[in-house]
Design a protein around this ligand. Structure first.
Ligand code: AMP
Ligand code: ZN
Length: 462
């Protein structure tokens, strides 16, 4: 069974308890104000691998990955972030509305993740559409004495009311220094490390609350959305390692204080991706996008293969050379799989499969899995039909489309935002025999590029 390194307990732990059929996973989703770079995408590969490995064990997963379209401020590594909202800042720069920016980059994110064969999460709630949940949760925290409102409409979490603060990152409250910009600490806060759950403001993208008009803090968004969509017991929570503090510490404090127990069982963090030796980050200008990789004539899945060459919690350095090498490997493997497909069928090579599976179960040791595949590729004692079966079996986890040359479409189609809701509404309209509504919804779907066909089994789309 799958074991993962738990950041909080600082040891490997089994992710599935005996008898469990479904594992609930939450991942902090993108802030949709720019294109995701391949460093960001490395962090989203982690939950995809977890769910694919668990599926091999016949354990299902439910993944929730939020969309942050408001509330993520520029200084997000400070315990109490300040500065402009990242989405609003970008809207100002591009001369578009905040919502236009957010939807545009959300669409781009969906395209990138689909091109990397990251399976769509079951839930992708948007912060702007779950404000009620946050208000409800903040009200509860005030009632329980974990939060306090100021007269400008801001609400702060009382950090000292949560004694186990800091268990994930090791940043205990008593050791935390006030912000390096001391003058930035609001004197009305009870303690310098208290952070805003809600910021009083009447700027764009604000909402009315019992305390006044304002917008949510970034951390409360994840608490509210994870509790609503996955419930009070979440098996695995993932993110890039920079999210350990303050984001995940704050999220843990808010969620646990709301429900009275530990909500997340395992916190799992991915290491950073470097490019040409430096951390890939927008702030350093050291960014490669998936579109850059495609523009260079490489398969986007060469990025996926390059990332798999390192375990998720190993720092890794990507270069154009490694991407080109991965692209060549992909092409070679697809060609070989297509050749082996012509041979008589033969059973899977169990020893190779088991070695690869064991490596994956061991904290997602993908480099070893790839070494096993390379060895199998060269092992002429294994019948081609067996090599074919084994490559395909393992490709279910690796997600490299190794059977592309034998007729499988490259990328599974993904519904554009809003289309799932329209399809659902249309199914209901048809059940109620409301044909005008059904036709109108079909036109709306067509406008989104989704063609609906009615069959005796119900509607299908392409
Ligand atoms: P953001 O959209 O900025 O909130 O970041 C999305 C995700 O990407 C977070 O989980 C970050 O931890 C992660 N991330 C940012 N930079 C890198 C990097 N260079 N390598 C890996 N993950 C990263
Ligand atoms: Zn989060």
């Amino acid at each position: 069974m799958l074991w993962l390194y738990d950041t909080r307990s600082r040891q490997l732990e089994p992710v599935v308890s005996p008898g469990t059929r479904v594992v609930r996973v939450y991942t902090c989703g993108p802030t949709v104000y720019r294109y995701a770079h391949v460093g960001n995408l490395r962090s989203y590969l982690l939950p995809d691998l977890i769910r694919r490995v668990l599926e091999r064990h016949r354990v299902g997963t439910v993944l929730c990955q939020n969309i942050t379209d408001v509330g993520h401020l520029v200084d997000d590594d400070e315990i109490d972030a300040s500065g402009e909202d990242k989405v609003l800042q970008q809207a100002r720069r591009e001369g578009r509305s905040a919502l236009e920016i957010a939807r545009f980059y959300e669409d781009a994110f969906r395209r990138d993740t689909a091109a990397l064969n990251l399976r769509p999460p079951e839930y992708t709630p948007r912060a702007t559409e779950t404000i009620d949940l946050m208000i409800e949760m903040i009200e509860g925290l005030i009632e329980k004495g974990h939060a306090y409102a100021l007269d400008d409409g801001s609400v702060y979490f009382d950090a000292r009311s949560f004694p186990t603060y800091g268990e994930i990152s090791g940043n205990r409250l008593d050791a935390l220094k006030p912000a390096h910009r001391l003058e930035a600490v609001d004197p009305r806060k009870r303690f310098h490390a208290d952070w805003a759950l809600w910021k009083g403001s009447d700027r764009d993208m604000t909402w009315e609350t019992p305390w006044g008009r304002g917008f949510p803090g970034w951390h409360i968004e994840c608490s509210a959305m994870s509790l609503r969509f996955l419930g009070e017991h979440i098996d695995v929570h993932t993110g890039g390692k920079d999210l350990r503090f303050p984001h995940h510490e704050d999220e843990r404090a808010q969620s646990n204080a709301s429900v009275g127990h530990d909500v997340v069982k395992h916190w799992v963090h991915g290491e950073h991706l470097l490019f040409d030796g430096r951390k890939m980050a927008k702030s350093t200008g050291n960014v490669v996008l998936l579109s850059d990789v495609e523009a260079a004539g490489l398969d986007p899945l060469a990025v996926r293969l390059s990332l798999l060459e390192h375990r998720y919690r190993q720092q890794m350095n990507l270069t154009w050379d490694t991407l080109q090498a991965a692209d060549r490997t992909l092409r070679r493997w697809r060609q070989r799989v297509a050749e082996w497909a012509e041979s008589p069928s033969a059973p899977i090579a169990e020893d190779y499969r088991d070695r690869a599976q064991t490596a994956l179960d061991d904290d997602l040791d993908t480099p070893t899995t790839l070494r096993v595949l390379r060895e199998l590729e060269r092992d002429e004692s294994v019948p081609p039909g067996s090599r074919f079966e084994t490559f395909l079996y393992l490709d279910n986890v690796l997600g490299l489309d190794l059977s592309i040359d034998i007729g499988k479409p490259r990328v599974a189609p993904v519904l554009p935002p809003g289309a799932a809701e329209l399809l659902e509404a249309r199914a209901q309209a048809r059940e109620a025999k409301d044909w005008p509504a059904s036709d109108r919804l079909r036109d709306e779907l067509a406008a989104l590029g989704v063609k609906v066909t009615d069959t005796p089994e119900g509607q299908t789309w392409s």
